[in-house]
Write a protein that binds this ligand. Structure first.
Ligand code: FES
Length: 112
């Protein structure tokens, strides 16, 4: 086994858990779309590429508040994210990764 620091400045975990309507879950809130959109934005920005990783993950435990995503190691948690929140989440990611903002969005309170 090898132990090492994370190679990423920001690792974004997006819950994609799907309970198929049995209970509320992040998948029904468009989590798959969030992954695609965030990955696309990271790939488009050479300053983020390689420093920020976007990964799908299982249940983060706050299902009723979903869709949920988490920035690691910052411990920033976003709940109830909607399509209109992409700019704000991206701004928080950029601030944490130490790269200039690409939009006029202001990072969520407490995100920087
Ligand atoms: S289903 Fe996403 S936090 Fe539980």
């Amino acid at each position: 086994m090898q132990q090492q620091p994370s190679p990423y400045s920001v690792h974004v975990f997006v819950c994609v858990n799907d309970r198929h309507g049995e209970r509320k879950s992040c998948a029904e809130g468009g989590a798959a779309d969030w992954i695609a959109r965030l990955k696309e934005r990271v790939q488009q920005n050479p300053l983020l590429k390689g420093r920020v990783r976007v990964s799908a993950c299982g249940c983060l435990g706050l299902c009723a508040q979903g869709p949920n995503l988490l920035l690691h190691p910052q411990g920033l948690w976003f709940s109830g994210v909607g399509a209109d929140d992409l700019g704000r989440v991206l701004a928080a990611i950029e601030a944490r990764a130490g790269v200039p903002p690409t939009s006029d969005e202001v990072p969520s309170r407490g995100a920087i």
